[in-house]
Design a protein around this ligand. Sequence first.
Ligand code: ADP
Length: 460
Amino acid sequence: MQTYFGGRLDQPIAYIHPDDRKGVVAIWRHSLRTGEPFDSELRLRRSDGQFRRFHVSGRPFRGDRNYIAAWHGQSIDIEDEKLARENLLNRIMELSIVVDMVPSNLWRLTPDGTTTLVNKHMADFLGREILDESTMETVMDTIFHPDDAAPVGNELGRCLITGDSFAMRYRLLRKDGIYRWMSGRAEPMRDKDGQIVQWFGLCHDIHDQVQAEENLRRTAERLAQATQAAHLAELSASIAHEVNQPLSAIATDSDACTRWLSLEPPNVERAIIAAGRITTAAVSAGEIVRRIRALFQHISQPRTLENANLLIDEVCRVMVDEIGAHAARITTDFDMDPPSIAIDRVQVQQVLVNLIRNALQSMDRTDKNERVLHIVSWREGHEAIRIEIRDSGSGFSDITRIFEPFFTTRKNGMGMGLSICRSIIESHGGRFWVANNEGGGATVGFTLPIEAEPVNSIAG
Ligand code: ADP
């Protein structure tokens, strides 16, 4: 204890903070008059001029006949204690402001699961005071989605017993009656002996995220279904397209055969040729069906070493009637030293037939003298042979779309031919492309990888 003053009442008054003087003097005077002890708090000036808070108290000392002989008093400097308490209160206030400002739901539980605190955000979210109904069971029943209450209750109950961290997704009832998805976590707080003294939990609203995930999942599901349907449509169209080619050849040649035979006298020789082409087309259809079945059984077709020039020649010979019907001419410019290519012969023939047919159709409006189909082949380095089919037709009207399944500008077209050709060439390890010629018409080209082994069996 520090003595600041002594003697008469008006002497110490000079040390009291001016704002406290009136009140303190009133208390003292009251005690002097009544003899009641006094306790008061006031600011006193220290020798360095600083005012510090003191707790001042006085008790009367009574002599004979209960007469007050003296007053004993003490003043205790409580400035440091006051400051510490104020700091603590400020910290608590700051913390509770922070807790209320956190844009998430915060809560506190006792070790047995009784809720002892929820922050403002959570109270606003729930729109109710859950501390009144704070046992775990009542909270579960009132604010959790009926489907989540039991699993959350079980898991939280387990964590309260084991001390494990709690982490779960669940739905909480918002004040507007809507259940929102939350991501909740809780951690135990332990004392120095490791005993759990309370639990702190945090949960934040992930409803929009959960819904976005759900939408994404549904979209992916729909997309997978649509893709499957598209694949199926593409596949059936592709099968139909492949089988249609020999079928239409059979129909044309049957007509021709009938015509030759119904002539007077019948032209048996031409009829036999037409019948021969029917057989070839029928065999080809059978071959296609066999390959499609093999495709589904994942059996790879045996590839044979072929001479590209001979293959083109053969296709042109087979299509000679069709070329004539379009009043077109074919010119060729072949590599003199044809490399051998390992291919599925029927497939590559189909590519050639398809491309030649497309080219013929594209020239239907070209002046008859200029309907020229030019087929070239040459080596591209040591790796590949390059084959191009150039026509003097209309050119591609929309070159960006021609590989889209079902894109066609033809009345009876299916729009699958070019995409099938491309996939056949790519399955052989080649490239496939299309271009419009500068002077009109179109060029379709592809490469096929060269085999190291020379083709001995085929004459060039
Ligand atoms: P389809 O022949 O059934 O229409 P394709 O996939 O073979 O199917 O061809 C798609 C489209 O590409 C055709 O409809 C046509 O517009 C265009 N096309 C194909 N080849 C040529 C070509 N040589 N010249 C101009 N356009 C072509």
